[in-house]
Design a protein around this ligand. Structure first.
Ligand code: SAH
Length: 397
């Protein structure tokens, strides 16, 4: 494939030489002239020295990703095979774990190719393309996947477009079709997933360690409120950990049957648990009115959400969300505050927590924190890739 030379503004040269992987608008006046998604780019200093080779793929705020810093390295089948092999080798512990067969095999820039992820769901693989640019490499990447990884079948998600919007069609790529729901195992817990029903699969694999912690250390004998519960993954773990009762709250109608199914596939009596299809903010009002006090409150909202009445954004509204959670958390109870928003770091997130408790005149202690598990590696030179922040906060008074 032909590579096009692009001159990088002086200011951004050193960062790229240091290994920064993300291409942004301001780095070169030439980016805006590009029209061919997937175009290979040779990034050059103003003096004409080669810095790195990447590809053009519009994604959120980005214009593409660096693929190699070796001028002599072609971007071909062997390139993709080597990257996928290296990623697989980093995950041998997980692939040999008899209790877990769903995890991330390839994590975008953290594994050397921004815009591409590969997840294992039992015998099936799910490839997510985050731009039309990376999608141009589909046939060679699928060939590399088939050369390195075993699977019965491959599915894909196309999340092109500015906000990573999902493009809907049949997501089956090749191999054998799976029968859905497909039951996967995570820490010995069963989950129904569907790889061919919209942008989400039923489980967010990056919360595996948090779910396990909730089961082993935070559930026995507790009352648990799981907000933005989706398919109830946290509730299932809490129930298995001996929670007295879980309450799952999500405004999507589909969350009710999907959550019931997750309980059933784990032989949990779902009649002991409550599942509410309601806006979390309305539920908070109701819970305050009823003077509910939960021992464990889980907050894991989407970064942005539009409901009939309001727009929720983690950036603007997390403090308020925490304040409402504090009101209905028992003294000595724990709030699990989580966000996958990449626009602020852990320090800022802890400031949100501090602000909320101060505002409520309540004291707290941070008990533990979690970031991405090993199968979701981040890129050292790109802070945004370390997106997951989970803080367990005990309410002291
Ligand atoms: N915590 C979940 C994942 C959350 S996905 C898990 O661990 O699996 C985001 C969910 O938030 C979606 O299911 C969506 O329906 C729900 N949601 C978004 N806005 C909401 C609101 N205002 N009230 C209740 N649920 C909301």
């Amino acid at each position: 494939m032909n590579s096009k030379e692009i001159t990088i503004e002086h200011k951004y040269v050193q960062g790229l030489f240091d290994g920064h992987p993300h291409l942004a608008k301001e780095m070169s006046a030439a980016f805006d002239q590009l029209t061919t998604e997937g175009q290979l780019l040779d990034l050059m200093t103003p003096e004409g020295v080669f810095i790195a080779r990447g590809y053009y793929g519009r994604q959120n705020k980005g214009y593409g990703w660096v693929l190699t810093m070796e001028q002599a390295e072609p971007i071909d089948l062997d390139f993709f095979i080597e990257k996928i092999k290296a990623a697989e080798q980093k995950r041998t512990a997980l692939s040999h774990d008899p209790t877990t067969n769903a995890f991330r095999l390839f994590n975008g820039e953290g594994d050397g190719i921004g815009g591409l992820t590969i997840d294992r769901y039992a015998d099936y693989l799910l490839v997510t393309w985050y731009s039309e640019g990376i999608y141009q490499f589909k046939s060679v990447i699928i060939a590399a996947i088939e050369a390195v990884l075993t699977s019965r079948g491959i599915y894909e998600k196309k999340r092109f477009d500015q906000g990573g919007k999902y493009i809907s069609d049949d997501d089956f790529v090749r191999g054998e079709r799976a029968t859905f729901p497909l039951v996967i195992q995570e820490n010995g817990v069963a989950f129904n997933v569907n790889l061919n029903d919209g942008p989400m699969t039923g489980i967010f694999l990056d919360q595996r360690e948090v779910r396990e912690k909730i089961r082993t250390d935070y559930s026995a004998g507790r009352t648990v409120l799981n907000t933005f519960s989706y398919t109830g993954a946290f509730s299932v773990y809490a129930a298995l950990g001996g929670a007295e009762k879980t309450t799952s709250v999500d405004l999507a109608n589909r969350s009710l049957p999907l959550t019931i199914d997750q309980f059933k596939v784990n032989a949990i009596d779902e009649s002991m648990h409550e599942i509410r299809v309601i806006d979390v903010f309305n539920y908070f009002d109701y819970a305050v009115k009823k003077a509910f006090q939960f021992d464990l409150v889980i907050l894991d909202p989407p970064s942005f959400a539009r409901s009939k009445k309001r727009v929720f954004s983690v950036q603007k509204d997390y403090v308020k969300l925490l304040e409402q959670a504090i009101d209905i958390t028992a003294t000595s109870g724990v709030i699990v505050a989580s966000t996958n928003y990449s626009g602020f770091d852990m320090r800022k997130f802890k400031q949100f927590i501090d602000q909320a408790f101060n505002k409520k005149g309540s004291r707290y202690k941070i008990v533990e924190t979690f970031r991405q598990p090993k199968d979701f590696p981040f890129h050292q030179q790109f802070a945004e890739s370390r997106y997951l922040k989970v803080v367990f906060v005990e309410k002291l008074s």
